[in-house]
Design a protein around this ligand. Sequence first.
Ligand code: ADP
Length: 480
Amino acid sequence: MKIVQVASEMFPYIKTGGLADAVGALSTALADNGHDVAAFIPGYRSALDHPEAQGAERRLRLKVELGDEFLTGEVRVFSPRKNLQVYLICRDEYFDRRGAYGNGERDYEDNADRFIFFCKGVVEMLRLGDLQADVVHCHDWQAALLPLLVRQAERRHHVTLALKTIFTIHNIAFQGLFPAKTFGRTNLPEDLMHIDGIEYYSQVNLMKGGILFSDRVTTVSPRYAQEIQTPEFGCGLDGVIQTRADDIVGLLNGVDTQVWNPALDPVLPARYSAANLTGKQLCRVELLKRFGLTPEFKGPIFGMVCRLTEQKGIDFVLTNAEFFMRHDARLIVLGSGDRRMERDLQKLATAHPQKIAFSARHDEPLSHLVEAGSDFFVMPSVFEPCGLNQMYSQVYGTVPITSRVGGLVDTVIDASEHPTTGTGLTCPPSAAGLRDALQRALELFAAPALYAQVQQRGMAKDFSWRVAARGYERLYQDAL
Ligand code: ADP
C-alpha cells in the first residue's frame, strides 16, 4: 500500500510526547513491512537540524492559500530508510521556534494558522507530487483538517488524492479549539461552520473535523476507545464520537524495540536482559549518581518521566510526598511543563535532597536511565489514552505503578489481584489510591522472589510495534 502519515511530531525529528514515538515507530514498521510510506511533519528547527534532514534529497517550493492570502513555504524530502520518505513542510516564520506548540508559558497565538498551513501544504504535496495515496492517516488535531481538505482539493482539481482517510486520536484533551474567525483561514465551504461541521459552541474545533469526516477513526487503546464515548473522558466530544461508534477502533501503541531495548540501548552505562540483570544494577548506581543521591542506597527507587500536567497525576504524587520521608525509599522525577508543578517538585527536592530528586528537563537519554535504573515506575494518570512509559518500564524490568484508566488498563495487570500473572501494581486515579499502591510496592520489594516474578513477567511481554502495525495494516485494508 501507499501510505501517507501526517502528524505534528515524529521521533527522532521532533518529540514532545508519545505521539512522536507512535508516529515514528508506526512509519518505520510499515516501511519495513514493505509498504511505501510518506510521513509529513512540520519543518521545526530540531527537524531541520537533524543530520538526516541536512542531506535532504529534494527541496520544493510551496504556495498555500490561507484565507485571502497566499503564503509561501518549502518542502524538504529525505529518505531515512528503505520505503520511507519524510517530508518537512517548512515556513520559518511558523516553525523555526524553540517550542512546538508554545513558549512554555502559553500556546503560540498563531497555532491555528501554523497547522492549517501545515495541512494545506500536505494537500499541495499530495497533488503536485502525485503521491497517489491509498491511505492518508492523520494524527491528532494538528492534522485533523486533512480529511476535509483532501476531499475539497479533489473536487476542485478533479483528481483523486487518497482512497481513504484515517484519523487517530492520541489525546482528546487537545482539540485545536480556535475563535470562529479562524474558519476563514481554511477556505472550506461556509456550510461546514455548522453544528454538523467543525463548529463547536461558536468556535472552530479542528479535531471534530477529523472525527466526523475521516473514513475511519481510531484511538490508541481499546479502553480509551470506550472511555471517550462518555462525558467523564470525552472532553465535550463524547457525543460526536458516539456518532462514529461503529467506525471507531482502539489499537494499542507499541514499543519501538530498536529504541527501547535494555539489551541494545546505547545510552545506558550497561546493557542487560531478563536472563542477566547485572547491568540493571549498574544503571541503578549511575541513576543515583546522576541525580545526586547516595549510590550505595539499596532500597526501592521510584522513577517518573512525564510531561508535568494534571493528566499525569503529579498532584497525587505531591500529596504522597510524606511516604518518601517516612520510608527508606527514593523518588526520582524527570519532567517539565506546568510551572507550578515544577516549583512544587523543586521545593520538595530541595527540602529532602537525600530522598527526592527532580530534573525539570526534557532529556531523552536520561529518560532511558530512569527507566532502567528504577525499581518502580510511577504513573498515576488521571486519564491516559495509551501511555508508553508503563510499557517501557515493563520491557526494562521496572515494575509499573499505574492508575486504572485508558491504555494503562490494557497493558498492566495488577499483581496483588492476579498473583500468578501480574506485571505491575494498579490503583484508582487518586492520592489515596496511589498511597495504597506505594505501600504494596514496598511490600513487594521486601519479598525479592515475588518482585522478581513480577519483573520477569513484564520483561517477557511482547509490546513490539510488529503487533501494533499489523492492527493498522488490517484496518487500512478493511477501509480500502
Ligand atoms: P504523553 O504522550 O501523554 O506525554 P506517553 O507516555 O504516551 O505520554 O509518552 C511520553 C513520552 O515522552 C515517553 O517516551 C516519555 O519517555 C517521554 N518524555 C516525557 N517527558 C520527558 C522528559 N522530561 N524527558 C525525556 N522524555 C520525556
